[in-house]
Structures are given as structure tokens and as C-alpha cells.
Design a protein around this ligand. Structure first.
Ligand SMILES: [Mg+2]
Length: 388
């Protein structure tokens, strides 16, 4: 078998939301289709992928570097031992040829979209859902039949902060979510405290509310928020400080008694290792949240998980960022801690198969081959248009 075409385009993720750091009015995403010469039910098998929200489309890197390297490779050099399917690790090595180590930024995002499409194709050719393929290859065949999901949300509602936030949180509860999350750091501490208390009124317990500062706080502000929110007993305090400031993260873990979470803006196994070595995170309490659809894809996500395990971190402490079908498949098939999702924004890319309910904070898995993009009509329409 071989890859006969790789296509990419830029889609719009435009959204009205903002967090403590950026607004999403200009947000874009890269979509990738990997067309193979394998035929199933009279149609070529095509793998689909896209990058996660927050880092923009990466057309130049895909078009000028990653895709041409795969095209230039001997097709046989990309196959697994059977010769009937791609080896995603070999494809990954090929697209990363002549790339220096370090500097993991937009390149990781471009690679993530392409790598996701490769894994989708591999699972479709194997005629298995991706979560099952991952469980067989990397988890002794064990998989979860339901996955913890929580909505990334809790936005700012200029002029009607409290009513707007409460209505949003009630909507999540009505939709079946148990744990919810809200933005902080986009207002002053007093306003944010009133917002947190309002959200807790809706969900009933601080232990069901996470808060996310999106890396905005300096040392003094991170401490002030931490001291003020500690009595609320929150589910977690996320990205209080700059994602690369491991020393400050370690100080925060010393000072803040509750669980903390970070890692969505670390795009490589090496960066995540450094966080775990130097960030002071506590294995019995804190959470790490890599985003495979931003950080070099499923291939690097597996390496991050294996490396974290070698440093003593249980897989259940990994809750994937991004809310993609890839994150869902990885969490289930590798028995991680769950994944975020975005019911109100980032459509049609975010979220899972159409019509699959969330019950008491958990969702179930697709039974279609691959990622299950064909079960999400809006996304599948975009991908079909790309593949032609
Ligand atoms: Mg976050």
C-alpha cells in the first residue's frame, strides 16, 4: 500500500470567546487528509487530522517541509512489518527529517495535524476504532468503556458576569457534565471570586469546579489567587503561571494546598519531562494535561505518556487538553484520566461523535474505524471537501 496524496487547508475556528490572554476572533486550524491506495467498500481509505484550538493553522510548515518529505520517501520505507499498513512512527520520523531538536512551537502543531491523519488512516486500514488499536498496541488490550469529560468554558460575560456564567454552568449540568471549568484572570480577584462563588452555587461543591488562568499570572498574583481560592476546595487550579516557568510552578505547588494542573502549552516529550522533573508537581494530587493535537500528535503523545510513567506518573493523572476525538481515543485506549471538551465553541472541530450523550460526567466511545470523524457530520463535511 502507499500514500497517494496529502492535502491540507486552513479552516476557521473563529469564536467570540476570550481567556485571560487571547481572544479567538482570528483563530484558525489546519486540516489534513492523507489519501491512500487502500480501498474499502469501493472507496479509498483516507485519514483525516487537524490541529487543536489556540495555536492557529500551520499551512507553511505543512506545505514546505512536512508533506514534501513524506512524498519524497520510498513508500515501502513507511510501512509496518506486514507491508499492508503504514507505520506511524516511520512516517513521523520521515516528516521530521532535518529538523533540529528543541524549539517546539508551531512545528509541533503542524506535525500534530498530519500525524493525527496518519493514525486515522492506520486504524481505518486495520478496520478498528483508534482507541481499540491503541489499547492493543500500548495497553495490553485494556481500554475504558467510558471517559471522564469536562467542559472547558466559564467565559466572561461583559455586563452580566454572574447571570451569564451561571446560565452557562447550568447548561453544562443539564447536558450531563459533573465537573466544570471556568476562566479566571480576565478580571480582578474580587470579581473572579464572586464569579467562582456563583459557579459553585450552580454545581453545589467547589470540588466540582476547576479554574484556569491560562498562564497569565505573575508570582504575586498567582500567590494572591491561590491564597484566596484555597478555602474553596476546587477540583484544580490550572496554568496559574507561565507554562515554562517551572521554578514558579514548584513554588506554587509548595504553597497552594489543593490540586494544580498544567502542561497544555508544552509541545514535546522533553518539555513535559522538564515540567515533571522541575515543576514541583505532586503525583498523588496534581494533573498534567498535554494536548496531542498540538504537540506532535498521537505519536509524541504516546512518548509523553511512557516518559511520564518512567518518572513515576500514573496514566490516570494525565487529562488531555483539546477536546478532540484523538484525545478521547487516547484517553480510553491508554486508560488516561479523561479529556476536556468545548460544547459551546470551536465547532465543528471540537467534541465527539454527534448525538453521543454525556452521562454523569462521562461519555462513551465510537465503534467506527479510525478516529470516528465520519460520525461527526459538520466535521466530516469539511474533511470530505478537502479530500475531494
Ligand atoms: Mg487551559
Amino acid at each position: 500500500m502507499k500514500i497517494v496524496d496529502i492535502r491540507e487547508k486552513t479552516g476557521s475556528l473563529k469564536s467570540e470567546m476570550r481567556n485571560a490572554f487571547i481572544d479567538f476572533s482570528q483563530m484558525t486550524v489546519s486540516l489534513v487528509a492523507v489519501v491512500t491506495d487502500v480501498v474499502r467498500d469501493g472507496r479509498p481509505v483516507i485519514g483525516y487530522g487537524f490541529c487543536s484550538n489556540g495555536r492557529y493553522a500551520q499551512a507553511g510548515i505543512l506545505r514546505e517541509r512536512l508533506i514534501p518529505r513524506i512524498r519524497a520517501a520510498d513508500p515501502k520505507s513507511l510501512l509496518d512489518e506486514s507491508g499492508d499498513n503504514l507505520d506511524p512512527f516511520k512516517v513521523f520520523a520521515q516528516m521530521m527529517r532535518n529538523e533540529k531538536p528543541g524549539g517546539h512551537g508551531d512545528r509541533a502543531v503542524a506535525a500534530a495535524a498530519l500525524d493525527m491523519a496518519v493514525w486515522d488512516a492506520v486504524a481505518k486500514i486495520a478496520d478498528k476504532p483508534l482507541w481499540r488499536l491503541l489499547s492493543e498496541r500500548f495497553n495490553g488490550g485494556k481500554a475504558d468503556d467510558k471517559v471522564l469529560v469536562y467542559p472547558g468554558g466559564g467565559y466572561y460575560y461583559g455586563g452580566r458576569e454572574i447571570e451569564g456564567l451561571k446560565a452557562e454552568m447550568q447548561g453544562y449540568r443539564d447536558a450531563g457534565y459533573r465537573i466544570v471549568k471556568m476562566k479566571i484572570g480576565g478580571a480582578d480577584l474580587a470579581t473572579d471570586l464572586r464569579r467562582m462563588e456563583a459557579a459553585i452555587e450552580v454545581v453545589g461543591d467547589g470540588g466540582l469546579l476547576a479554574v484556569d488562568a491560562n498562564g497569565k499570572f505573575d508570582r504575586a498574583t498567582a500567590f494572591a489567587y491561590g491564597d484566596a481560592i484555597a478555602p474553596l476546595g476546587l477540583w484544580w487550579y490550572e496554568e496559574a503561571c507561565d507554562p515554562l516557568d517551572y521554578a514558579l510552578q514548584a513554588e506554587l505547588c509548595q504553597r497552594y494546598p489543593g490540586p494544580m494542573a498544567t502542561g497544555e502549552n508544552l509541545f514535546s516529550r522533553q518539555d513535559m519531562d522538564n515540567l515533571l522533573r522541575f515543576g514541583g508537581l505532586r503525583r498523588d494530587k496534581d494533573w498534567i494535561m498535554p494536548d496531542p493535537a498540538l504537540a506532535y500528535g498521537c505519536t509524541e503523545g504516546i512518548r509523553i505518556m511512557q516518559s511520564a510513567e518512567a518518572l513515576g506518573w500514573p496514566r490516570r493523572r494525565i487529562v488531555l487538553h483539546g477536546g478532540t476525538q484523538l484525545a478521547l481515543a487516547m484517553s480510553a485506549g491508554l486508560q488516561m484520566g479523561g479529556t476536556e471538551t468545548y460544547p459551546l465553541v470551536f465547532q465543528p472541530y471540537g467534541g465527539f461523535a454527534d448525538g453521543v450523550p454525556v452521562i454523569d460526567g462521562y461519555t462513551t466511545l465510537p465503534d467506527a474505524p479510525g478516529l470516528g470523524i465520519e460520525l461527526k457530520q459538520g466535521l466530516y463535511a469539511e474533511m470530505r471537501a478537502l479530500a475531494g
